[in-house]
Design a protein around this ligand. Structure first.
Ligand code: ADP
Ligand code: MG
Length: 398
Protein backbone atom coordinates (compact mmCIF):
# COMPACT_ATOMS: atom_id res chain seq x y z
CA UNK A 1 0.00 0.00 0.00
CA UNK A 2 1.18 3.49 -0.75
CA UNK A 3 2.18 5.51 2.29
CA UNK A 4 0.18 8.50 1.04
CA UNK A 5 -3.33 9.43 0.08
CA UNK A 6 -2.78 11.45 -3.08
CA UNK A 7 -4.80 14.40 -4.25
CA UNK A 8 -6.21 14.13 -7.78
CA UNK A 9 -4.20 15.93 -10.44
CA UNK A 10 -6.40 18.54 -12.21
CA UNK A 11 -6.96 16.35 -15.29
CA UNK A 12 -8.29 13.53 -13.11
CA UNK A 13 -10.64 15.85 -11.25
CA UNK A 14 -11.92 17.41 -14.46
CA UNK A 15 -12.41 14.03 -16.13
CA UNK A 16 -14.14 12.53 -13.06
CA UNK A 17 -16.61 15.35 -12.62
CA UNK A 18 -17.36 15.55 -16.36
CA UNK A 19 -18.13 11.85 -16.41
CA UNK A 20 -20.45 12.22 -13.45
CA UNK A 21 -22.19 15.12 -15.21
CA UNK A 22 -22.54 13.16 -18.44
CA UNK A 23 -23.90 10.09 -16.66
CA UNK A 24 -26.46 12.12 -14.71
CA UNK A 25 -27.69 14.47 -17.44
CA UNK A 26 -26.61 12.90 -20.74
CA UNK A 27 -24.96 16.17 -21.83
CA UNK A 28 -21.63 18.03 -21.65
CA UNK A 29 -21.25 20.72 -18.96
CA UNK A 30 -20.66 24.38 -19.89
CA UNK A 31 -17.57 24.56 -17.68
CA UNK A 32 -15.60 23.11 -14.76
CA UNK A 33 -14.47 24.89 -11.60
CA UNK A 34 -12.55 23.68 -8.55
CA UNK A 35 -11.74 24.89 -5.07
CA UNK A 36 -9.49 23.34 -2.42
CA UNK A 37 -9.84 22.07 1.11
CA UNK A 38 -7.54 23.63 3.67
CA UNK A 39 -5.45 22.86 6.67
CA UNK A 40 -4.74 25.42 9.35
CA UNK A 41 -1.10 25.64 10.45
CA UNK A 42 -1.89 27.46 13.69
CA UNK A 43 -4.55 29.76 15.14
CA UNK A 44 -7.42 27.45 16.10
CA UNK A 45 -10.80 28.64 17.36
CA UNK A 46 -9.58 32.19 16.82
CA UNK A 47 -11.62 33.16 13.73
CA UNK A 48 -14.88 33.81 15.58
CA UNK A 49 -12.91 35.78 18.18
CA UNK A 50 -11.67 38.33 15.65
CA UNK A 51 -8.23 36.71 15.85
CA UNK A 52 -5.54 35.46 13.50
CA UNK A 53 -5.21 32.13 11.73
CA UNK A 54 -2.80 30.73 9.17
CA UNK A 55 -4.30 28.18 6.76
CA UNK A 56 -2.87 26.76 3.54
CA UNK A 57 -4.87 25.49 0.57
CA UNK A 58 -4.50 21.73 0.10
CA UNK A 59 -3.83 20.07 -3.25
CA UNK A 60 -7.10 18.21 -2.55
CA UNK A 61 -9.92 19.96 -4.37
CA UNK A 62 -13.63 19.73 -5.04
CA UNK A 63 -14.55 19.86 -8.73
CA UNK A 64 -17.88 21.04 -10.07
CA UNK A 65 -19.23 20.73 -13.62
CA UNK A 66 -22.07 23.13 -14.32
CA UNK A 67 -24.40 24.17 -17.13
CA UNK A 68 -26.85 27.06 -17.07
CA UNK A 69 -30.55 26.42 -17.71
CA UNK A 70 -33.09 28.90 -18.97
CA UNK A 71 -36.09 27.55 -17.05
CA UNK A 72 -35.11 28.40 -13.45
CA UNK A 73 -34.89 24.71 -12.54
CA UNK A 74 -31.96 23.10 -10.72
CA UNK A 75 -30.59 19.58 -10.82
CA UNK A 76 -27.69 18.56 -8.59
CA UNK A 77 -25.79 15.33 -8.12
CA UNK A 78 -22.65 14.42 -6.18
CA UNK A 79 -20.17 11.62 -5.76
CA UNK A 80 -21.17 11.24 -2.10
CA UNK A 81 -24.61 9.91 -2.97
CA UNK A 82 -26.25 8.68 -6.13
CA UNK A 83 -29.53 10.51 -6.23
CA UNK A 84 -30.21 13.62 -8.32
CA UNK A 85 -31.88 16.48 -6.44
CA UNK A 86 -34.32 18.41 -8.55
CA UNK A 87 -36.26 21.57 -7.77
CA UNK A 88 -36.80 25.24 -8.49
CA UNK A 89 -33.91 27.62 -7.77
CA UNK A 90 -36.16 29.44 -5.29
CA UNK A 91 -36.24 26.28 -3.15
CA UNK A 92 -32.54 26.69 -2.42
CA UNK A 93 -33.08 28.81 0.67
CA UNK A 94 -32.69 28.66 4.47
CA UNK A 95 -35.03 26.14 6.06
CA UNK A 96 -35.98 24.53 2.76
CA UNK A 97 -33.05 22.22 2.10
CA UNK A 98 -30.62 20.26 4.27
CA UNK A 99 -27.57 17.99 4.10
CA UNK A 100 -25.47 17.98 0.96
CA UNK A 101 -28.20 19.81 -0.99
CA UNK A 102 -27.82 22.77 1.38
CA UNK A 103 -24.02 22.81 0.99
CA UNK A 104 -24.17 22.53 -2.80
CA UNK A 105 -27.14 24.84 -3.27
CA UNK A 106 -26.43 27.42 -0.54
CA UNK A 107 -24.17 29.61 -2.69
CA UNK A 108 -26.99 30.03 -5.26
CA UNK A 109 -29.14 31.57 -2.52
CA UNK A 110 -26.33 33.78 -1.12
CA UNK A 111 -25.45 35.08 -4.60
CA UNK A 112 -29.10 35.82 -5.38
CA UNK A 113 -29.47 37.62 -2.06
CA UNK A 114 -26.51 39.79 -3.11
CA UNK A 115 -28.21 40.70 -6.38
CA UNK A 116 -26.59 38.20 -8.75
CA UNK A 117 -28.93 36.93 -11.44
CA UNK A 118 -28.14 33.25 -10.99
CA UNK A 119 -29.88 31.19 -13.65
CA UNK A 120 -31.21 27.68 -13.15
CA UNK A 121 -28.44 25.11 -13.50
CA UNK A 122 -27.37 21.49 -13.71
CA UNK A 123 -24.53 20.62 -11.34
CA UNK A 124 -22.27 17.64 -10.67
CA UNK A 125 -19.80 17.55 -7.77
CA UNK A 126 -16.79 15.26 -7.37
CA UNK A 127 -14.19 15.68 -4.67
CA UNK A 128 -10.97 14.24 -3.31
CA UNK A 129 -11.14 16.35 -0.16
CA UNK A 130 -11.71 13.88 2.68
CA UNK A 131 -15.21 14.41 4.02
CA UNK A 132 -15.69 15.52 7.62
CA UNK A 133 -11.95 15.22 8.29
CA UNK A 134 -11.58 18.81 9.45
CA UNK A 135 -10.08 19.68 6.06
CA UNK A 136 -13.09 21.72 5.02
CA UNK A 137 -14.76 19.72 2.32
CA UNK A 138 -17.71 22.00 3.08
CA UNK A 139 -15.97 25.24 2.08
CA UNK A 140 -14.39 23.51 -0.93
CA UNK A 141 -17.81 22.61 -2.33
CA UNK A 142 -19.37 25.99 -1.50
CA UNK A 143 -16.51 27.95 -3.05
CA UNK A 144 -16.38 25.82 -6.21
CA UNK A 145 -20.14 26.17 -6.69
CA UNK A 146 -19.97 29.89 -5.87
CA UNK A 147 -17.23 30.52 -8.45
CA UNK A 148 -19.25 28.67 -11.09
CA UNK A 149 -22.61 30.32 -10.42
CA UNK A 150 -21.16 33.84 -10.20
CA UNK A 151 -19.56 33.31 -13.59
CA UNK A 152 -22.82 31.94 -15.06
CA UNK A 153 -24.53 35.04 -13.64
CA UNK A 154 -22.10 37.13 -15.66
CA UNK A 155 -19.65 38.27 -12.98
CA UNK A 156 -16.42 36.45 -12.24
CA UNK A 157 -15.44 36.61 -8.58
CA UNK A 158 -11.90 35.27 -9.01
CA UNK A 159 -10.30 38.27 -10.68
CA UNK A 160 -8.61 39.82 -7.63
CA UNK A 161 -8.51 39.51 -3.83
CA UNK A 162 -11.43 41.92 -3.38
CA UNK A 163 -13.74 39.80 -5.50
CA UNK A 164 -12.48 36.61 -3.87
CA UNK A 165 -13.09 38.13 -0.43
CA UNK A 166 -16.60 39.03 -1.55
CA UNK A 167 -17.33 35.48 -2.67
CA UNK A 168 -15.80 34.06 0.52
CA UNK A 169 -18.20 36.18 2.59
CA UNK A 170 -21.16 34.98 0.52
CA UNK A 171 -20.10 31.36 1.01
CA UNK A 172 -19.85 31.92 4.78
CA UNK A 173 -23.41 33.25 4.64
CA UNK A 174 -24.50 30.18 2.69
CA UNK A 175 -22.92 27.81 5.23
CA UNK A 176 -24.32 29.71 8.23
CA UNK A 177 -27.83 30.30 6.94
CA UNK A 178 -28.63 27.57 4.42
CA UNK A 179 -26.57 24.67 5.81
CA UNK A 180 -27.10 25.98 9.35
CA UNK A 181 -23.48 25.55 10.46
CA UNK A 182 -22.26 28.51 12.58
CA UNK A 183 -18.69 28.51 11.25
CA UNK A 184 -16.30 31.46 11.22
CA UNK A 185 -14.61 32.77 8.09
CA UNK A 186 -11.35 30.86 7.89
CA UNK A 187 -12.36 27.98 5.63
CA UNK A 188 -13.74 29.99 2.74
CA UNK A 189 -10.86 32.50 2.88
CA UNK A 190 -8.40 29.61 2.71
CA UNK A 191 -10.18 28.06 -0.26
CA UNK A 192 -10.38 31.31 -2.25
CA UNK A 193 -7.76 33.81 -1.07
CA UNK A 194 -4.59 31.70 -0.68
CA UNK A 195 -1.76 31.52 -3.22
CA UNK A 196 0.40 28.52 -4.09
CA UNK A 197 3.56 28.24 -2.00
CA UNK A 198 2.14 30.47 0.71
CA UNK A 199 0.17 30.30 3.92
CA UNK A 200 -2.58 32.85 4.36
CA UNK A 201 -2.31 35.08 7.42
CA UNK A 202 -5.94 35.99 7.88
CA UNK A 203 -6.94 38.72 10.29
CA UNK A 204 -10.52 37.86 11.18
CA UNK A 205 -11.08 41.27 12.79
CA UNK A 206 -11.12 43.12 9.48
CA UNK A 207 -10.83 40.31 6.91
CA UNK A 208 -7.42 41.49 5.70
CA UNK A 209 -4.89 38.94 4.48
CA UNK A 210 -1.16 38.63 4.02
CA UNK A 211 0.60 35.94 1.98
CA UNK A 212 3.33 34.27 4.05
CA UNK A 213 5.90 32.31 2.08
CA UNK A 214 5.72 28.70 3.27
CA UNK A 215 8.31 26.69 1.43
CA UNK A 216 9.15 23.68 3.55
CA UNK A 217 10.62 21.62 0.72
CA UNK A 218 13.64 23.84 0.22
CA UNK A 219 14.47 23.37 3.90
CA UNK A 220 14.11 19.59 3.65
CA UNK A 221 10.82 19.51 5.52
CA UNK A 222 7.24 18.37 4.94
CA UNK A 223 3.87 18.86 6.49
CA UNK A 224 1.88 15.70 7.13
CA UNK A 225 -1.88 15.82 7.54
CA UNK A 226 -3.10 12.92 9.64
CA UNK A 227 -6.81 12.22 9.24
CA UNK A 228 -7.78 10.24 12.35
CA UNK A 229 -11.07 9.19 10.67
CA UNK A 230 -12.71 9.81 14.02
CA UNK A 231 -15.66 12.11 14.37
CA UNK A 232 -17.48 12.58 17.62
CA UNK A 233 -21.10 13.59 17.56
CA UNK A 234 -20.60 16.18 20.29
CA UNK A 235 -18.60 18.36 17.88
CA UNK A 236 -21.48 20.65 16.86
CA UNK A 237 -22.83 21.35 20.33
CA UNK A 238 -19.37 21.85 21.78
CA UNK A 239 -18.44 24.28 19.01
CA UNK A 240 -21.47 26.39 19.86
CA UNK A 241 -20.68 26.18 23.56
CA UNK A 242 -17.09 27.41 23.00
CA UNK A 243 -18.32 30.31 20.90
CA UNK A 244 -20.88 31.23 23.55
CA UNK A 245 -18.24 31.10 26.32
CA UNK A 246 -15.96 33.44 24.35
CA UNK A 247 -18.80 35.84 23.62
CA UNK A 248 -19.90 35.97 27.25
CA UNK A 249 -16.29 36.50 28.41
CA UNK A 250 -15.92 39.37 25.94
CA UNK A 251 -19.10 40.96 27.33
CA UNK A 252 -17.81 40.71 30.91
CA UNK A 253 -14.47 42.18 29.83
CA UNK A 254 -16.19 44.99 27.94
CA UNK A 255 -14.54 44.21 24.60
CA UNK A 256 -16.07 43.51 21.19
CA UNK A 257 -14.07 40.27 20.80
CA UNK A 258 -11.29 38.49 22.68
CA UNK A 259 -8.88 39.87 20.08
CA UNK A 260 -9.04 43.15 22.01
CA UNK A 261 -7.61 41.57 25.17
CA UNK A 262 -4.12 43.04 25.50
CA UNK A 263 -3.34 42.16 29.13
CA UNK A 264 -4.15 38.48 29.68
CA UNK A 265 -3.48 38.43 33.43
CA UNK A 266 -5.66 41.46 34.03
CA UNK A 267 -8.44 39.89 31.96
CA UNK A 268 -8.21 36.56 33.80
CA UNK A 269 -8.42 38.41 37.14
CA UNK A 270 -11.77 39.85 36.03
CA UNK A 271 -13.32 36.44 35.32
CA UNK A 272 -14.75 34.30 38.15
CA UNK A 273 -15.45 31.12 36.28
CA UNK A 274 -12.41 28.83 36.10
CA UNK A 275 -13.55 27.17 32.88
CA UNK A 276 -14.18 30.49 31.14
CA UNK A 277 -10.71 31.66 32.26
CA UNK A 278 -9.15 28.68 30.52
CA UNK A 279 -11.16 29.30 27.33
CA UNK A 280 -9.97 32.91 27.27
CA UNK A 281 -6.38 31.89 27.97
CA UNK A 282 -6.43 29.57 24.97
CA UNK A 283 -7.79 32.19 22.59
CA UNK A 284 -5.45 34.98 23.69
CA UNK A 285 -2.29 32.84 23.76
CA UNK A 286 -3.23 31.15 20.47
CA UNK A 287 -3.53 34.49 18.67
CA UNK A 288 -0.08 35.42 19.98
CA UNK A 289 1.30 32.09 18.76
CA UNK A 290 0.14 32.85 15.21
CA UNK A 291 2.18 36.07 15.16
CA UNK A 292 5.21 34.24 16.57
CA UNK A 293 4.80 31.37 14.10
CA UNK A 294 4.83 33.76 11.14
CA UNK A 295 8.02 35.38 12.45
CA UNK A 296 9.89 32.11 13.01
CA UNK A 297 8.64 30.62 9.73
CA UNK A 298 9.88 33.64 7.83
CA UNK A 299 13.25 33.25 9.60
CA UNK A 300 13.31 29.52 8.74
CA UNK A 301 13.47 28.59 12.42
CA UNK A 302 11.48 25.37 12.14
CA UNK A 303 12.45 24.11 15.58
CA UNK A 304 10.71 27.12 17.08
CA UNK A 305 7.77 26.64 14.72
CA UNK A 306 7.43 23.03 15.90
CA UNK A 307 7.45 24.13 19.54
CA UNK A 308 4.64 26.59 18.84
CA UNK A 309 2.61 23.80 17.24
CA UNK A 310 3.13 21.65 20.35
CA UNK A 311 2.09 24.54 22.60
CA UNK A 312 -1.00 25.10 20.47
CA UNK A 313 -2.02 21.46 20.86
CA UNK A 314 -1.59 21.54 24.61
CA UNK A 315 -3.66 24.69 24.87
CA UNK A 316 -6.44 23.19 22.74
CA UNK A 317 -6.34 19.96 24.73
CA UNK A 318 -6.11 21.35 28.28
CA UNK A 319 -7.56 24.87 28.19
CA UNK A 320 -10.04 24.73 25.32
CA UNK A 321 -10.83 21.00 25.74
CA UNK A 322 -11.57 20.27 22.09
CA UNK A 323 -9.09 17.44 21.51
CA UNK A 324 -9.90 13.75 21.89
CA UNK A 325 -8.09 10.45 22.35
CA UNK A 326 -7.61 9.82 18.61
CA UNK A 327 -5.98 13.23 18.10
CA UNK A 328 -3.84 13.01 21.24
CA UNK A 329 -2.57 9.55 20.22
CA UNK A 330 -1.40 10.63 16.76
CA UNK A 331 0.12 13.88 18.02
CA UNK A 332 2.08 12.05 20.73
CA UNK A 333 3.16 9.31 18.31
CA UNK A 334 4.30 11.82 15.67
CA UNK A 335 6.42 13.69 18.19
CA UNK A 336 7.90 10.49 19.62
CA UNK A 337 8.84 9.40 16.08
CA UNK A 338 10.76 12.62 15.46
CA UNK A 339 8.32 15.31 14.30
CA UNK A 340 9.50 18.85 15.02
CA UNK A 341 5.99 19.64 16.20
CA UNK A 342 2.45 18.31 15.95
CA UNK A 343 -1.02 19.53 16.77
CA UNK A 344 -4.68 18.91 16.17
CA UNK A 345 -6.09 21.17 13.46
CA UNK A 346 -9.64 22.24 12.71
CA UNK A 347 -12.48 22.33 15.19
CA UNK A 348 -11.48 19.22 17.14
CA UNK A 349 -13.34 16.17 18.54
CA UNK A 350 -11.90 14.11 15.70
CA UNK A 351 -10.78 15.23 12.29
CA UNK A 352 -7.13 15.78 11.53
CA UNK A 353 -3.78 16.57 13.10
CA UNK A 354 -0.71 18.01 11.40
CA UNK A 355 2.94 17.22 11.94
CA UNK A 356 5.99 19.18 10.80
CA UNK A 357 8.61 16.60 9.85
CA UNK A 358 12.00 16.26 8.16
CA UNK A 359 11.48 14.76 4.70
CA UNK A 360 13.66 11.76 5.49
CA UNK A 361 11.48 10.94 8.53
CA UNK A 362 8.12 11.40 6.83
CA UNK A 363 7.49 7.76 5.93
CA UNK A 364 8.56 6.38 9.30
CA UNK A 365 6.49 8.97 11.18
CA UNK A 366 3.45 8.11 9.05
CA UNK A 367 3.97 4.44 9.91
CA UNK A 368 4.44 5.19 13.61
CA UNK A 369 1.22 7.18 13.71
CA UNK A 370 -0.77 4.41 12.04
CA UNK A 371 0.69 1.78 14.35
CA UNK A 372 0.00 3.85 17.46
CA UNK A 373 -3.67 4.24 16.54
CA UNK A 374 -4.09 0.67 15.31
CA UNK A 375 -2.53 -0.86 18.41
CA UNK A 376 -5.03 1.03 20.57
CA UNK A 377 -7.96 -0.28 18.58
CA UNK A 378 -8.59 3.14 17.04
CA UNK A 379 -9.26 3.65 13.31
CA UNK A 380 -6.01 3.59 11.32
CA UNK A 381 -5.43 7.18 10.13
CA UNK A 382 -4.99 8.28 6.53
CA UNK A 383 -1.83 10.32 6.09
CA UNK A 384 -1.56 13.03 3.42
CA UNK A 385 1.34 15.23 2.38
CA UNK A 386 0.27 18.86 2.25
CA UNK A 387 1.91 21.45 0.04
CA UNK A 388 0.43 24.95 -0.09
CA UNK A 389 -1.56 24.84 -3.31
CA UNK A 390 -3.65 26.95 -5.70
CA UNK A 391 -6.87 28.65 -4.58
CA UNK A 392 -10.19 28.03 -6.33
CA UNK A 393 -10.79 29.01 -9.93
CA UNK A 394 -12.16 28.08 -13.32
CA UNK A 395 -10.50 25.07 -15.02
CA UNK A 396 -12.63 24.75 -18.14
CA UNK A 397 -14.10 28.04 -19.34
CA UNK A 398 -17.79 28.06 -20.25
P1 ADP B 1 -15.56 19.23 6.74
O1 ADP B 1 -14.60 19.23 7.88
O2 ADP B 1 -15.18 18.22 5.72
O3 ADP B 1 -15.80 20.59 6.19
P2 ADP B 1 -18.32 19.52 7.44
O4 ADP B 1 -19.23 18.74 8.34
O5 ADP B 1 -18.13 20.96 7.70
O6 ADP B 1 -16.94 18.74 7.38
O7 ADP B 1 -18.87 19.42 5.95
C1 ADP B 1 -19.17 18.18 5.39
C2 ADP B 1 -20.44 18.32 4.56
O8 ADP B 1 -20.18 19.09 3.36
C3 ADP B 1 -20.96 16.99 4.05
O9 ADP B 1 -21.75 16.35 5.02
C4 ADP B 1 -21.75 17.41 2.82
O10 ADP B 1 -23.04 17.87 3.19
C5 ADP B 1 -20.95 18.61 2.29
N1 ADP B 1 -20.03 18.12 1.25
C6 ADP B 1 -18.70 17.96 1.33
N2 ADP B 1 -18.18 17.42 0.22
C7 ADP B 1 -19.21 17.21 -0.62
C8 ADP B 1 -19.37 16.64 -1.92
N3 ADP B 1 -18.33 16.14 -2.58
N4 ADP B 1 -20.61 16.62 -2.45
C9 ADP B 1 -21.68 17.09 -1.77
N5 ADP B 1 -21.61 17.63 -0.54
C10 ADP B 1 -20.41 17.68 0.04
MG1 MG C 1 -16.61 22.24 7.25
Amino acid sequence: MSEWQQAWPSEVGVRTVRELFRTAYDAEPDGVWASPGRVNLIGEHTDYNGGLCLPIALPHRTYVAVSARSDGRVRMTTDIGDEVWEGAISELAPGQVSGWVAYCGGPAWALREAGFEVPGFDLAVASCVPLGAGLSSSAAVECAVGLALAQLAGQRLDTDDDSRARLAALCVRAENEVAGAPTGGMDQAASLRTTAGHALLLDCRDGSVEQVRFDLASDGLELLVIDTRASHSLADGQYGARRAACESAARILGVATLREVTDLDAALAQLDDEEVRRRVRHVVTEIARVTEFVAVAEAGDWTAAGELMDASHESLRDDYEVSCLELDVVVTAARAAGALGARMTGGGFGGSAIALVRSEDAASIARAVREASGSRGLPVPDVHQATPSEPGGCLVEP
